[in-house]
Write a protein that binds this ligand. Structure first.
Ligand code: FES
Length: 110
């Protein structure tokens, strides 16, 4: 049973292969911080990640539409990349951001 305290963030990803926008609510059910890219891949989204999470290719870019406070702040390297590409303030490199903590409230888990 889902907890009422469950917190998810809403991610918008541009699937360029299938020419569609994918909006997905996602949360971290793990006890450990998890990279957003890994959570999206676990959901079956084929988010490109050409540099294997090195933060240098930009192919894993997503936009965070809701509850971005659940994620770490962009570090200087990520911020430089986002600025250099001219992406908007909602853009993040999914390989460089992670849920700070388990985002499930209470003791209920899926
Ligand atoms: S996988 Fe290359 S920047 Fe994220």
């Amino acid at each position: 049973m889902k907890s009422d305290m469950q917190k998810s963030l809403t991610v918008l990803w541009q699937d360029r292969v299938n020419d569609r926008a994918v909006e997905i609510d996602i949360f971290n059910a793990s006890e450990e911080p998890k990279k957003l890219l890994d959570l999206l891949l676990d959901k079956g989204l084929l988010v490109p990640h050409i540099c294997s999470g090195g933060g240098s290719c930009g192919t894993c870019m997503v936009e965070i539409l809701k509850n971005d406070e659940l994620l770490n702040e962009p570090d200087e390297h990520e911020q430089d990349m986002l600025n250099s590409r001219g992406w908007g303030p909602k853009a993040r490199l999914s390989c460089q951001c992670y849920f700070k903590t388990n985002s499930l409230g209470g003791s209920d888990k899926l």
